[in-house]
Design a protein around this ligand. Sequence first.
Ligand SMILES: O=C(O)CCC(=O)C(=O)O
Ligand SMILES: [Fe+2]
Length: 353
Amino acid sequence: MSPVITEVADKLARESSYTLRLDNIGQTVQVSSNISRTADEIPIIDISGAFSDRYEDRKAVAEHVREASSRIGFFYMVNHGIDPECQKDTFEQARRFFSLPEEKKMEIYTGLVPDEYVGYHPLLTSNRDGRKHSDLSEAFNWAYDAEFDPIATDNTRPSISIWPSGLPGFRETLYAYHTQLLTLARRMSRVFALALHMPENYFDEYVQHPEAAMRVLHYPAQEASVDDQNGIGPHTDFECFTIVTQDENNGLEVLSKSGEWIKAPPVPGALVVNIADCFMRQTNNFFVSTIHRVINKSGKERYSAPFFFGFDRETLVEPVPSCVSEENPAKYPVVTFGEYYRWRASTAKTDGL
Ligand SMILES: O=C(O)CCC(=O)C(=O)O
Ligand SMILES: [Fe+2]
C-alpha cells in the first residue's frame, strides 16, 4: 500500500466506532472513535462556599456538584484550600521512588499482599484494553492509616500498607498530602450529601474510619500510537469518589455519555473529582461512575496522584433514600462496602487494574 493509502486506512481505523466491555461492572458501551477531543463538558467548580458558615453558600456549591455528578461524573474543583507545596513534595517523592532500580521496587510488589491494593505495581502488568499493548504506567499505592488521621477514633486497626526501605521521609511526605486530602474528602462527603438533597451530615457516620487509599503514578512518554497503547486502559474507580492531582502534562480522558473520549487536561490550581462505582450504586445510578483512561502523548513523563475515598468497610452500600422510589426501585443487591471493595480489589489485581 502506498503511504497515503496507509494513512487514510489508519485514520479510518482510528475514527471508526468500537465496543468497549467492562466485565467487572457489567457495562458495554459503544465508543464513536478512539480519538479524543477537547470539549468544555467538565465544569470547573469553585468550592470555597463549601467552607462557608452560611448554609446557602454550601447548598449552592452542592447544586453545581449535583449537576456535574449526574451528567458526566467528573468536575474540576478550585479554591479547595490544599497546600500546593504538599503536591510538589508528593511528586518529588514519586520521582524518587520510581527512579529506584526495579529489584528494589519489587521488594514491595503488590502481589505479596493478596486482596489488598497496596505496594508497587510494575510497568506493563495491566491491560484493560485487549486490543492494545499492556499499559505504560507504574504505580505505588498506600492505604488509610489512623496514625495520620487528625480525627481518628480507633488507632488499634493495623495499617495494611507496605513501604520501601531506604527512602527516609517518603512515607511521612506522602501521608502529609494524604491527610490534607482526607480532610477535604470528609468535607466533600457533606457536599455530596447536600447534592443528593439529604441532610448535610447524612454520610458523617460512614467516614470515621474510611477507605481512603492513594497512589502515585508514573507514565513514561508514550511512543506507540494511541491505537496501540494506553497509560491506563479504560476503567471505572471502585470507591465513592476520587480526587486526582495531575502534574502539568496532558493524558487523562473521560468517556462521555455519547461515547466520545473527552480530554481532561490539567487546569492550574485545580483538582479533578470523579464519581466511582460505590457512589453510583448508592445513588441508584443517579451519579455516574464514568469510564476514563490515560494516554500520555505529551512527549514528557507524566505523574499523577489519585486519592480514592470510600466509606468504612462495615457500611452497607444501600441506596440513599432520595434516589429510590416505587417508580425507581433499587437496582443493586446490598453488600457491605468491605465485601464490594475486596471483590473489586482482587479482580483488579488479577485482571490488571
Ligand atoms: O493519572 C490519572 O490522571 C488518573 C489515574 C486513574 O484513573 C486511576 O489511577 O484510577
Ligand atoms: Fe481511575
